[in-house]
Every structure is written in C-alpha cells, then in structure tokens.
Design a binder for this molecule. Structure first.
Ligand code: ATP
Length: 205
C-alpha cells in the first residue's frame, strides 16, 4: 500500500490539491473530513465529547457546535489535549480502515492521505511512502482563508502559530508543490506529479 501524505498550512490549498488527485482517479482519504464524519449526530464519539466537555457545545439540533468547541480549546490548552486524545485515535483508526478498504477494492498505484497537522505529531509518518507539502506564501494563505471563512487576519495568524513554521514544513517535506498561481496551474502541477509517481510505482513494482 503506497500512501502519500498531503499536508500544508492553513489555506495553502490542500483541499484544492486533493480534489485534483481525485479527478485523476486517485483515492483520497481526508482526516479533516473523517473528523467531521465521526462527530455527526448519533456518532458515539460525539456522545463521548459531550460527556467529557458539556452540553454547552451542542447546537439546538444536538449537532456539535464546532466553532464554540474550537474557540474553547484554543483558549484552554489542557482541554485541547483532552479533545485530541478523544479525536485522534478514532480518526487514525478510521483512516487506516479506509485506506485498507480502498486498497482491497481498487488496488490503486497510490492513495492520498490528507493530514493538515502531519508534522505537528508523529502518528502517521511511519505509514507514508512520501510526504507532499502544498505551499504558498503566508500573505496568500491569509488572503485565501479570509475569503473562504469568517476568520479575521488576527485569528488566522493565531492558528498559524499553532502550526509548524513554513520553513520547518518545507525542510521536512519530501516533495513540495507551489500553489501560488491559479487553480489551473495547480492542477497542471498535480498532474505532472501524478505521472512521475505512477512511473516510479511501475519501476519499483
Ligand atoms: P484549510 O487548512 O483551512 O483546510 P486548505 O489548505 O485545504 O485549507 P483550500 O481549502 O484548498 O486550502 O484553499 C483555501 C481557499 O483558497 C479555498 O477557497 C480555495 O478554493 C482557494 N484556493 C486554493 N488554491 C487556489 C489558487 N491556486 N488560486 C485561487 N484560489 C485558491
């Protein structure tokens, strides 16, 4: 099973890049999407979160008030650790199961695993064949994130401070794709990377 770990800072274009891989027929497993799935109404993990924290993080329809919980753990590091110890093992197990299922059903040359905080922890590294960083300068990250969400520049900068620096990320990456142009240019770079990877997969098989 050949797994490429796709990462990058906030708003760098991870989702956009993942979409391009999916268009090329590459299976994509996204740990952020898994976190959403596992905390939907009726999921045991949501019950655990509610039990550990409190009903105050639920909306009127019993769904998780993600923004309120995110703000709470941002201000309380000990609470953040508590939340992560609930979420991360469950996300990891689900991602691994999904990757194995894709491998069995589709037998792809490789799969993409999107892990926004890949270099901030060490849970996933050992299962990865290569790490791919989607990179753009910080001003672009902020501009794109502001256009997409309700976050202010200050809030985005605070989030960026909880992530490894751009410099560290680039040092740790096996491969880097610059996303400082148009979406079409990104698509072209992903397509080139895909072709290169397929070739090396065939050679080493
Ligand atoms: P997050 O870390 O917040 O999940 P992300 O790294 O997944 O973000 P995306 O959601 O892919 O980033 O991109 C952030 C925003 O920027 C989106 O609205 C996306 O459509 C846009 N975007 C990404 N790449 C480009 C590009 N090359 N040109 C213009 N807009 C882009």
């Amino acid at each position: 099973m050949r797994i490429i770990g796709l990462t990058g800072g906030i708003g760098s274009g991870k989702s956009e890049a993942a979409k391009e891989f999916a268009k090329l027929g590459v299976p994509v497993v996204d740990t952020d999407a898994i976190a959403h799935t596992l905390t939907r109404v009726g999921e045991p993990l949501l019950a655990e979160i509610t039990h550990t924290f409190s009903q105050q993080f639920l909306n009127g329809d019993a769904s998780l008030n993600r923004a309120a919980l995110r703000a709470h753990v941002f201000e309380h590091p000990a609470e953040r650790i508590k939340l992560e110890s609930l979420l991360h093992p469950a996300i990891y197990a689900y991602a691994k199961a999904q990757l194995t299922l894709n491998q069995t059903q589709l037998n792809p040359s490789y799969q993409i695993l999107v892990i926004p905080l890949l270099f901030e922890g060490n849970r996933y590294q050992s299962m990865l064949h290569t790490t791919l960083v989607i990179d753009c300068d910080e001003t672009t990250q902020i501009k794109r994130t502001m256009a997409r969400s309700h976050l202010t520049e200050t809030e985005i900068k605070r989030i960026m401070q909880t992530q490894v620096s751009r410099e560290t990320r680039l040092q740790l990456a096996n491969e880097v794709i610059q996303n400082d142009g148009t979406v079409e240019e990104l698509a072209e770079k992903i397509s080139k990377f895909h072709k290169k990877l397929i070739k090396t997969c065939i050679v080493s098989e």
